[in-house]
Design a protein around this ligand. Structure first.
Ligand code: ZN
Length: 203
């Protein structure tokens, strides 16, 4: 991993963050996106804390390790990582995914309010968009309680993690999704959010 790898990841994160901001999923400075830039040791490029996610540049990125701790990279300005970087690292470690999306999508929070034990989805075409079947495949988007302690939140994530369902809702907070690439994670995020909006609409 070198400066070029980090800035290339930062550029991709900035593009996706602008896209999600446009949809209204990263209000204020909320939400964060990350890409794995090294597996051994685990290193992630994650959007820096406190910035408007619609205006990021490739260098508005922080590098963190497995516990979300800042890691220095030669030539990269050490910006403060998001407080939630620790959960990104945990998701990357547990799932093996190289891209993690976290957005404060309203429908995720509303769905968790209605179904705090998990959101059940079945028999709808868009499930194919998250790698599941359009018929006779019961999918549960897990819901975990919120916490400001990333180790506690990570433990809750790991307890409900299902390799076949690339999303989890943090109650009263937002949505996490993950995939092998940021491009794929974008599509999963869009489909999960649509599925949650649909589920709320038909309840
Ligand atoms: Zn958040």
């Amino acid at each position: 991993m070198n400066r070029e790898d980090v800035l290339a990841a930062g550029g991709r994160l900035a593009v996706e963050a602008a896209r999600f901001t446009g949809i209204g999923w990263m209000r204020g400075t909320s939400g964060n996106l990350s890409e794995v830039v090294s597996r051994d040791p685990l290193r992630l490029a994650v959007t820096a804390s406190g910035l408007d996610k619609g205006e990021l540049t490739p260098s508005d990125v922080a590098v963190v390790g497995a516990a979300g701790e800042p890691v220095e990279v030669a030539g990269v300005e050490p910006l403060t990582p998001s407080a939630e970087a620790g959960l990104h690292a945990r998701v990357a470690a547990v799932s093996g995914a190289d891209a993690i999306v976290h957005v404060h999508a309203l429908n995720a929070v509303v769905a968790a309010h209605h179904w705090p034990k998990g959101v059940v989805l079945k028999d709808v075409e868009t499930l194919k968009g998250i790698g599941r079947l359009a018929h006779d495949d019961e999918v549960v988007i897990p819901v975990i309680e919120n916490s400001q302690d990333m180790t506690e939140l990570g433990d809750r994530f790991e307890a409900v993690y299902d390799a076949a369902t690339p999303a989890v809702i943090v109650a009263n907070h937002g949505l996490y999704t993950w995939a092998p690439t940021l491009h794929r994670a974008r599509h999963i995020t869009e489909c999960v959010e649509w599925l949650l909006a649909y589920r709320i609409a038909i309840r």
